[in-house]
Ligand binder design. Structure first.
Ligand SMILES: Cc1cc2nc3c(=O)[nH]c(=O)nc-3n(C[C@H](O)[C@H](O)[C@H](O)COP(=O)(O)OP(=O)(O)OC[C@H]3O[C@@H](n4cnc5c(N)ncnc54)[C@H](O)[C@@H]3O)c2cc1C
Length: 597
């Protein structure tokens, strides 16, 4: 049986030394987070995840969801009562505005809890998780009446939310959406069409489901310029806020899939369903992007969360399972064999898992801090800088975070040998659950194109220039400390590879856009290495300072320094290979005639 314990100490280290909550104490929301409140929230959230949600993870995987003949969907045993406890504990309200019943805490804190919930049970988390994205879109684009009608119940978790983009003929290319919305005399629209792959589209956890649906109004232009966003509730809401008639939206089928089986992935039929426009007509994509940007960061967190639980289970196994002898002679001569952890190849996988998991935790939390700062920082210049940074890094957190999350899950399964392939041991579920995060919310290939095609050029390259300067500045400063000089030098070198790769793209991609397309994934990974490298430099600096001051847990801090060294020596050098790969350009990628494949 797998096990899970929330990594409270590491989260706390990141919050104190990378996010530096105390530096932002004057900002709204942050002013509430005294250190003991942070501890209470982390411990309470961790306990909920480990004791209530994790025991349902394998049950959810095996049972999956069941669609009844009337179209209703039943979630796995235990999900409903766990959900009731989850909302009773206020876990859906943490970072939501107080005006609508939220607690107004920083997103960075809810994200820390989000990691625990995702590790414990990703399929479960997606029910409240999707609702969070829908809340974000309504908050920014909804009318005051829409906010008042939907947000209090959604924030309280009594109602859930979904995002409905995908149709059979339309996945990445949203310009192909066919669902139609006809205006009605009362100001509503009638929506007709079919959506597929809708996470949490139908279930038994909440009394109402608020679908956010992309559709085309009558006479709208073709392509993405003719898409509008609509609120389509499962049950219409009466003027007094009570639930009214059932709307003409139903679940036609649920998908049988590779992982996250406890989450219902639904085909949704809109048969003249009543919906209300959110924001401006034909500006639906911009509205949906608010939801998608929040969701992309949350999906990056899924990569981290599956890596973390897979690592925890690989580590305990590597210490217990005895096979073979250490290359340098028996480590446990009293036993017939040594534990797996003596073998360098097993160590390699464990160290990669540890370095990437802790690095991604720092990146996810520091990234989400930028979302908080973009909204709440004291000056316009600070808000702008934070917004630039998170716009640039969102595809990196989503794409690199989930690619590495999956790789780590696979390596950790590998540490279990054949036993990792056996269902009861749980490792194969982590691999299967991690896989989807590379695909939805825009595939990782699309994230890479977003980074290379849009984010680098944003505002004349302002964000990427600021990023380069930040990395170079911090690396140069750290070089002065002999304990950090090697890591800082390696980071500076990796940043140099990233700068050269960026220059190569600027010089070559305009003339041949295929160069950008062929380079994009390598570029995203190169940037991921540098960004996580920056996190490791910061963590090493903090550990070094605390050790010198005689503060903190010595063995934890020394482990941070050893892991930082591993990252610098064994992961950072991949930056050079990625640069050379992308500078080879598109020719060998595109040369083969289609018929010759
Ligand atoms: C379990 C699950 C849950 C989901 N949940 C939701 C949900 O809640 N709401 C929702 O709306 N959707 C949801 N989706 C849909 C998901 O977001 C899409 O599957 C995804 O965006 C990819 O679209 P597609 O499957 O049509 O692939 P396609 O768009 O057909 O892409 C196929 C491949 O081609 C590549 N590709 C496509 N276009 C380009 C391009 N221009 N440049 C480079 N490469 C390209 C892609 O990267 C991919 O590798 C879910 C899917 C699954 C499987």
């Amino acid at each position: 049986m797998p096990h899970y314990a929330p990594p409270l100490r590491d989260t706390r280290f990141v919050l104190d030394h990378i996010v530096r909550l105390q530096d932002h104490a004057a900002l709204p929301g942050f002013d509430q987070v005294a250190p003991d409140l942070v501890d209470a929230v982390l411990e309470g959230g961790g306990q909920m995840a480990a004791e209530v949600l994790f025991p349902l993870n394998q049950i959810g995987d095996r049972q999956g969801c069941t669609r009844q003949s009337d179209g209703s969907v039943i979630t796995p045993d235990g999900f409903k009562s766990a959900y009731d406890r989850y909302i009773a504990g206020g876990w859906t309200t943490l970072d939501c505005p107080e005006a609508y019943g939220g607690q107004g805490l920083p997103r960075v804190l809810s994200t820390a809890i989000g990691e625990y919930v995702l590790s414990a049970n990703q399929a479960f988390e997606m029910y409240p998780g999707l609702t969070g994205g829908a809340i974000a879109a309504i908050l920014v684009k909804g009318s005051d009446a829409q906010k008042a009608t939907y947000l209090p119940n959604m924030i309280a978790g009594k109602w859930s939310g979904t995002m409905n983009l995908t149709e059979p003929q339309c996945g990445t290319d949203l310009g192909l959406i066919r669902t139609r919305a006809e205006p009605q005399p009362d100001g509503s629209h009638r929506l007709t069409g079919g959506k597929i792959f809708i996470s949490a589209g139908e279930h038994d956890l909440t009394e109402n489901i608020i679908h956010l649906v992309l559709a085309r109004t009558t006479g709208a232009p073709d392509g993405v310029k003719g898409i509008s966003l609509f609120i389509v509730p499962k049950f219409l809401v009466n003027p007094d806020g009570s639930l009214g008639a059932r709307n003409a939206v139903s679940c036609g089928a649920i998908e049988h899939k590779m992982g996250i089986n406890g989450n219902a992935t639904c085909q949704m039929n809109y048969d003249g369903a009543t919906g209300w426009l959110v924001g401006e007509e034909n500006k639906g994509l911009a509205a949906m992007f608010i939801m998608m940007n929040a969701a992309r960061l949350a999906v990056g967190l899924q990569g981290l969360s599956q890596a973390e639980i897979a690592y925890q289970n690989a580590l305990s196994y590597a210490k217990e399972r005895q096979q073979g002898r250490a290359l340098t002679g028996p480590a446990a001569p009293q036993e017939k064999a040594d534990p797996l952890i003596v073998h360098p190849d097993v160590r390699r996988m464990l160290m990669e898992a540890k370095a990437l998991t802790e690095g991604l935790r720092a990146l996810c939390l520091w990234g989400v801090l930028q979302v908080d700062l973009a909204e709440k920082a004291a000056t316009e210049a600070e808000r702008q800088a934070a917004d630039d940074l998170i716009s640039l890094l969102t595809p990196v957190i989503k794409g690199y975070g989930t690619d590495k999350g999956f790789d780590v899950a696979v390596s950790c399964q590998q540490i279990w040998g054949g036993h990792g392939y056996i269902r009861d041991n749980g490792m194969e579920q982590f691999v299967r659950d991690a896989r989807i995060a590379q695909i939805y919310e825009g595939t990782n290939g699309v994230q890479a194109m977003d980074l290379v095609g849009r984010k680098l050029a944003m505002n004349g390259g302002r964000a990427i220039r600021a990023f380069f300067a930040m990395v170079d500045g911090e690396a140069a400063a750290a070089k002065a400390d002999p304990a950090l000089a090697d890591l800082a030098g390696r980071l500076e070198k990796a940043n140099g590879e990233l700068k050269a790769a960026t220059m190569w793209l600027m010089q070559h991609a305009m003339g041949n856009p295929n160069h950008a397309g062929a380079a994009a994934t390598a570029y995203l990974h190169l940037m991921g290495i540098v960004t996580v490298g920056l996190m490791w430099l910061r963590m090493a600096m903090a550990a070094s300072r605390l050790l010198a001051a005689g503060e903190g847990d010595r063995s934890f801090l020394e482990a941070k320094l050893l892991t930082a060294r591993f990252y610098g020596e064994r992961i950072m050098p991949d930056a050079g290979a990625l640069r050379r790969k992308l500078e080879a350009g598109a020719d060998s990628v595109m040369a083969m005639p289609v018929d010759a494949f």
